[in-house]
Design a protein around this ligand. Structure first.
Ligand code: WT7
Length: 635
């Protein structure tokens, strides 16, 4: 039996039991047998969910890039590490070997060092899905700097707040990016962000679209000439197990985005372990995750997990509908992809199109299909299973969060029998618990409640950058001695988990986490707006869409409502990004409020979803009369 690679259901049960009964021994063995350490740990785990303080492999020393790159050079220097598939299918794909990737990471590390980046410094990376994105992240890790990747669809304001939150010293971006038939002026967006970011000293610019951009003297530097001169060797900085590896922001139900801080050794072990088992990766498979590296899925399952396992990982610059809706299937056919990992929202969008987009492609290389990011509905699951997997590839519905570092609940292909819409069973080391609203644990099967995790796992975030109190309040204060996920879940008669969705004010739109409060803050900034509330309502493709209820000031009531809607959405686009725009905006004279002044979102959610006959109890409302008005004028 191997703890590292589970191959059957019996084995899963055995390994799982061991992971719960002897967690330190379990993770200690995995760490010992599968990674390169410069110094062994003194203690596998120290933890306290009250403080909270979590330490894995304390005393150990390592550099994660030696594990991602150098150690593979003995046996597989010429193996492809990254297949780069450009946005334009006519531009040739690139096959970057482990040797070449290692050299480019070393060169980039030298550039970072020459530009003054040292161990512990924070570096913001704002790049689209090009090889330099992977190389930049790994170079940061090699010099001991902390990367903060900001998704290249975010606005100037969003970049600025993330740079300032972590006091980044440098931004790495490009002259622009390709996205379908559009180009995006990344450097222009960064320039606006940097109007108010005192900590930034240098901007490194990758040449991608060869556009004519403004380079600010002293601050902005083209990467290419610096790379040409740099040496191909760089001695990695030896890091402590709990040194930070990266910060990645996720939105919360209130205020500022949260910079989730992940540390080195635990994250490494967990990303590698979960990748191996959830995708059953075997050499020489070609693996493709279509997420963006700007999300945790991309960090763990495009970059770190695959490279730690010496895998071939495909990096796709484009979008599913360019040049047409067959692009995903083209890429799978062209590169003979064996494992494919995508999001329910992409599946739903592609399932709406004619099946002929799928049919004239050879998808027989596929062995495992995965989904992540939001609950997958039964119809989408079947479409994926039947038309892409040809009923012959296990579909793994993987549940996890930015905070978790890696997949937490998921079938193990060829071991766990799957059921549509169920993420099924916890991976080894993960101890879920369901809680009721009064803080009591729901024991046994056939129960549903709030999903918590009762024991630490190596990949969990250690804090929110610069705000440990918020870390404690958000995740460790709702239920005593539990990590609270913010999700609801049910456990069925066999013990399988089904994630039912958020129980807080976070709405998942096309797989993107959107907190209601930060969006409402932006809406309320519009001079014509007095107050607002947004809720999610079901959408065929996006899963959820945003529905806004907006109370106008008197000045706003004189305005053309259509223009106002455009302006409000424009403001959201600028401040947060186009993904946070509202699908519907209803102007109203009031919002249903409790006596304590809290907006009763439950009622607004029902109205937005059109379920006006089941609004539920409204007896505690201060202003029940507004409910009828809102129903009468709903869109
Ligand atoms: C939230 C975390 C983890 C990568 C992308 C999202 C929802 C995620 C599933 C799933 C049902 C899911 C949860 C979770 N979610 N995977 N398989 N089934 N819901 O990361 O942006 O941090 O969002 O995504 O609500 O809390 P994230």
């Amino acid at each position: 039996m191997s703890n590292y690679h589970i191959k059957g259901l019996e084995e899963y049960f055995q390994v799982y039991r061991k992971s719960v009964n002897q967690p330190e021994q379990f993770w200690g063995e995995i760490a010992e047998e599968n990674f390169l350490w410069r110094k062994r740990w003194d203690k596998v785990l120290k933890w306290d969910f009250e403080k909270p303080e979590i330490k894995w492999f304390e005393g150990a020393q390592l550099n994660i890039t030696e594990n991602c790159l150098d150690r593979h050079l003995y046996a597989s220097a010429d193996k492809t590490a990254i297949i780069f598939e450009p946005n334009d299918p006519l531009e040739p794909a690139q096959h970057i070997t482990y040797q070449e990737l290692q050299e480019r990471v070393c060169k980039f590390s030298n550039v970072l060092q020459d530009q003054g980046i040292k161990r512990g410094d924070r570096v913001c990376i704002y790049l689209s899905m090009i090889p330099e994105l992977a190389i930049a992240m790994l170079a940061c890790a090699r010099v001991g700097a902390v990367h903060s990747v900001v998704f290249a669809g975010f606005s100037s304001t969003a970049i600025r707040s993330r740079i300032n939150d972590a006091n980044c010293k440098m931004v790495i971006t490009s002259d622009g990016s390709y996205r379908g038939n559009k180009t995006i002026d990344l450097k222009g967006i960064v320039d606006v962000a940097l109007e108010d970011t005192p900590s930034i000293e240098t901007v490194l610019v990758v040449k991608r679209i060869k556009s004519d951009i403004h380079m600010r003297p002293n601050r902005d530097k083209w990467l290419e000439p610096l790379m040409e001169e740099a040496s191909t060797t760089f001695t990695p900085e030896i890091m402590n197990a709990e040194d930070p590896l990266f910060v990645l922001y996720t939105s919360g139900s209130t205020g500022q985005p949260k910079g989730m801080l992940h540390t080195t050794a635990g994250y490494m072990v967990y990303a590698a372990y979960t990748f191996k088992n959830v995708f059953q990766y075997n050499q020489p498979d070609v693996y493709w995750c279509s997420a963006d590296v700007g999300w945790i899925t991309g960090h763990s399952y495009i970059i770190y997990g695959p490279l730690l396992n010496g895998a071939t990982t495909l990096l796709f610059e484009g979008v599913p509908n360019f040049p047409d809706y067959s692009r995903f299937w083209d890429v799978i056919d062209k590169h003979k992809v064996n494992q494919f990992y995508t999001a329910p929202t992409a599946i739903r969008a592609l399932a709406k199109e004619n099946l002929s987009y799928v049919e004239n492609h050879d998808l027989s290389s596929l062995k495992v299909l995965g989904t992540v990011g939001e609950p997958i509905n039964e119809e989408a699951w079947h479409w994926y299973n039947d038309n892409i997997g040809k009923n012959n590839c296990p579909v793994v519905d993987t549940w996890f969060q930015t905070e978790n570092g890696g997949i937490m609940i998921s079938p193990i292909p060829f071991a766990t029998p799957t059921i549509p819409t169920f993420a099924t069973l916890p991976l080894p080391g993960i101890q879920p618990a369901l809680m009721d609203e009064n803080g009591n644990e729901l024991l046994g099967n056939q129960v549903s409640g709030r999903l918590c995790i009762r024991f630490p796992w190596p990949g969990m975030a250690r804090t929110i950058y610069g705000d440990h109190k918020r870390f404690k309040d958000t995740y460790f204060s709702t239920f005593k001695n539990m990590y609270f996920t913010g999700d609801g879940a049910l456990r069925d008669a066999t013990g399988y988990y089904r994630i039912t969705g958020r129980v807080d004010d976070v709405i998942i739109v096309s797989g993107h986490n959107l907190g209601t409060a930060p969006i409402e803050d932006v809406i309320n900034e519009h001079p014509a707006v007095a107050e607002s509330a947004i809720v999610g309502f079901p959408h065929d493709i996006k899963g959820n869409s945003l529905y806004g209820f907006v109370i106008l000031k008197e000045s706003g009531e004189q305005r053309d409502p259509q223009n106002l809607r455009k302006e409000i959405n424009q403001l959201i686009s600028e401040r947060i990004g186009p993904i946070a725009k509202m699908e519907k905006i209803q102007f109203t004279n009031g919002l249903p409020k409790t006596r304590s002044g809290k907006i009763m979102r439950r009622i607004l959610r029902k109205i937005a979803a059109g379920e006006i006959n089941s609004l539920g109890d409204s007896s505690t409302l201060l202003n029940p009369e507004v409910v009828q008005e809102i129903i009468d004028t709903r869109l």
